[in-house]
Design a protein around this ligand. Structure first.
Ligand SMILES: [Mg+2]
Length: 259
């Protein structure tokens, strides 16, 4: 794997998370199992909090819409204190059912987001970052580059991952965050939107990602792209390899002003 010499003029770097800065398995192996293993404990501990009661109300509303689905778990109303245990058990089973069916309902995402926030803040979870990432990003910052994150995970989830990472709080390294509210990652329009938002011509932006469809979308929008090859990432075809610059580590990315 050779060094990638970034064309001169690039002043902004847009970085994907999963499969790029962070192992692609982080969500599947760390974040999702955390929910499944800790949901009951979390429910019992947070039961009396307003935010949590709102999460339950959302899940109950979703459950009412889901009654036609296979394996559906209803959430009974909470009329008296005697119902607490029954409702908690129903929420546990409902969440586990939704997750095993790989559902992405807003109600589920909201509860997961609150659980992860609490897990990061208490040190039960730390965001994983490949060890070449921080030194390289620091060097790029020293060269005057601006750094942005673009991930399908919400901006809030991105900030948790980098704010509570294995290498401490890394948020100061980034100038901004984008999620799919700016558009989907496989659509070139999204990259044009980002260029507009950061106020920089697209040819002055370098995008780093592991996903070929995202790479094509960004290239079509005029960005420079390098494909990041990490353990466990999806295999690239010979055509992919000939279409893009490949790096296995951020230290292979060199800027003209770098020694
Ligand atoms: Mg990725």
């Amino acid at each position: 794997m050779a060094v990638y010499n970034v064309p001169s003029g690039v002043s902004n770097i847009l970085v994907d998370i999963e499969g790029t800065t962070t192992p692609i398995t982080f969500v599947k192996d760390v974040l999702f199992p955390f929910i499944k293993d800790n949901i009951k404990k979390y429910l019992i501990e947070h039961w009396k909090e307003n935010e949590f009661q709102e999460d339950v109300a959302q899940l109950r509303k979703q459950a009412e819409k889901d009654s036609h689905l296979h394996g559906f778990v209803p959430i009974p109303s909470h009329v008296s204190e005697n119902d607490t245990e029954k409702v908690i058990q129903a929420v546990v089973e409902n969440v586990q059912w939704q997750m095993s069916s790989d559902r992405k309902t807003t109600a589920l995402k909201q509860l997961q987001g609150h659980m992860w926030r609490s897990a990061y803040a208490t040190g039960q979870i730390k965001g994983e970052v490949y060890k070449d990432v921080v030194p390289a990003v620091q060097q790029w910052k020293n060269l005057g580059m601006k750094l942005y994150i673009y991930s399908s995970g919400s901006v809030e989830a991105q900030k948790l991952l980098f704010g509570y990472s294995i290498e401490g709080d890394l948020l100061k390294l980034f100038d901004g965050h984008f999620d799919t509210t700016v558009g989907h990652k496989v659509e070139s329009e999204s990259y044009k939107n980002i260029a507009d938002r950061v106020g920089c011509p697209s040819e002055n932006i370098l995008f780093l990602t592991d996903v070929v469809r995202e790479a094509h979308a960004a290239k079509k929008a005029g960005l420079h792209v390098a494909l990041v090859v990490r353990p466990g990432n999806e295999a690239l075809t010979d055509e992919d390899k000939s279409n893009f610059h490949l790096v296995t580590s951020f230290d292979q990315i060199h800027f003209p002003s770098q020694q």
